[in-house]
Design a protein around this ligand. Structure first.
Ligand code: SF4
Length: 204
């Protein structure tokens, strides 16, 4: 149940803090997102810059980049995903702790970018794993990555703890492991995961 905002402000003036369990729980989650230390190509340079003193991602509670997927709950796909690398990306995603989130950073991660026509480049990581926030650009600047963080934080803030739309770790029916594609005779097999991606309808 939401607390009336005006009442909250009025009580705040008296030094009384009112909140709900959901707000408190989501505040804790969104204020301590631990990204995985993982870069794929040129976009990773901008990701690294975002963590340095000038942009200071630490202000958002996300400075602890982890070298192990077991200790991370957010993956920034920062760069070109080659078809050779795609299975490893899905495997790492499967090893991350729930609730886990993905930011697709840059044109390459979203669609293959300037290498879209390349025989060895995946046309978007969202073919295999669920992406929470897409950032366009080649490369997106650190400000854009910070904007993506804030968008993700808003998304976490709005997540109910029960019912439809609750985080996957609170849903016993939710898919835990995503199928890892393999290199078949000619291409990745399967070419996508139908539970997260379907061929978009082109309306002319
Ligand atoms: S989107 Fe541009 S900057 Fe980012 S990895 Fe691709 S080519 Fe490099």
């Amino acid at each position: 149940m939401a607390v009336d905002e005006k009442l909250k402000i009025e009580l705040g003036k008296q030094g009384i803090v009112v909140t709900t369990l959901q707000e408190l729980y989501n505040w804790g989650r969104r204020s301590s997102i631990w990204p995985m230390q993982f870069g794929l190509a040129c976009c990773a340079i901008e990701m690294i810059a975002t963590t340095m003193a000038r942009y200071d991602l630490a202000r958002f509670g996300s400075e602890v980049f982890r070298p192990s997927p077991r200790q991370a709950d957010m993956m920034i796909i920062s760069g070109t995903v080659t078809k050779k690398m795609a299975p490893q990306v899905v495997r790492l995603y499967n090893q991350m702790a729930e609730p886990r989130y993905v930011i697709a950073m840059g044109a390459c991660a979203i669609s293959g970018g300037p290498f879209k026509q390349g025989y060895n480049v995946l046309k978007g990581i969202d073919r295999y794993i669920p992406v929470d926030v897409h950032i366009p650009g080649c490369p997106p600047r650190p400000e854009a990555l910070i904007q993506a963080f804030m968008t993700l934080q808003k998304k976490i803030d709005a997540q109910p703890l029960t019912g439809e739309g609750r985080p996957r770790h609170l849903d016993a029916e939710a898919q835990g492991e995503f199928p890892v594609p393999e290199f078949g005779e000619h291409d990745l097999d399967p070419p996508s995961n139908p539970s997260v991606w379907t061929v978009p309808t082109i309306i002319k």
